[in-house]
Write a protein that binds this ligand. Structure first.
Ligand code: 13P
Length: 255
């Protein structure tokens, strides 16, 4: 049985004051949640303050990105060790916005993945096709490439913490979520490819979560699919009430 994993990616939203206010409200809402792993991914500036606000709760904190090197002359960048010390236990890697707007590739994803695992951060690796790729029948090919190249050379002993997020680019911020059968089809495929890359045991335990216009109205139906193990939430994760509702629906039997 895979523990549901639900994360809110705040992207470039929330000041320190806004972020800690949210975290204070949200930790109360999560007080009774047991069998779900719940994570907030604030911007770097608010990460330490959010982690401090959540201390002693069951809600974890993720960075939204990292640099693959441990330190050095990389102006504007943040390392895995820095995230870890600031209070993060997780980090999002290869979000489609990073790939599309900041030139990230499967190779940089893999380098960041190795750095995260080396520092003891659980990586949330994002994959997903664009609308053009889906409509031209290249969805599986794109997912295969992203998984194979992204997860190459990962040591099996370390791979158990990897979460894979399926985020079809056409569903992000558009209000048009993948239907539950579309999500299931992609997730089952991803799990097969994770098995090829990391072995069957890792794949069977790997949380494959869905992202793209998840909201309280659709989270339950998506989470009911056999290979959908939770959600990576953008817009609906910006309000503690709506994110708590998504958590409740994604972990329905356990909350
Ligand atoms: P939305 O939920 O706003 O579509 O964003 C999804 C996302 O990109 C989460 O990482």
């Amino acid at each position: 049985m895979r523990t549901p994993f639900i994360a809110a990616n705040w992207k470039m939203h929330k000041t320190v004051v806004e972020a800690t206010t949210y975290a204070g409200i949200f930790r109360e809402r999560m007080a009774r949640v047991r069998d779900a792993e719940v994570v907030l991914a604030p911007p770097f500036t608010a990460l330490h303050a959010v982690a401090a606000t959540l201390e002693g709760s069951r809600v974890g904190v993720a960075g939204q990105n990292l640099h693959a090197e441990p330190q050095g002359a990389f102006t504007g960048e943040v390392s895995a060790g820095m995230l870890r010390e600031a209070g993060a236990a997780y980090v999002i890697i290869g979000h489609s916005e990073r790939r599309q707007l900041f030139g990230e590739t499967d190779e940089t994803v893999n380098a960041k993945l190795q750095a995260a695992l080396g520092a003891g951060l659980a990586p949330i690796v994002c994959v997903g096709e664009t609308l053009a790729e889906r409509e031209s029948g290249r969805m599986f090919q794109v997912l295969n490439r992203q998984i194979e190249a992204g997860l190459v050379s990962v040591e099996a002993e370390r791979a158990g913490s990897i979460v894979v997020a399926y985020e079809p680019v056409w569903a992000i911020g558009t209000g048009r979520n993948a239907t539950p059968p579309q999500a299931q089809e992609a997730h089952a495929h991803i799990r097969q490819r994770v098995a090829r890359a990391l072995g069957g045991d890792i794949a069977a335990g790997c949380r494959v979560i869905y992202g793209g216009s998840v909201k309280p109205g659709n989270a339950g139906a998506l989470a009911a699919q056999a290979d959908v193990d939770g959600a990576l939430v953008g817009g609906a994760g910006l309000d503690p009430g709506s994110f708590a509702e998504v958590v409740a629906q994604s972990a329905a039997p356990a909350v």
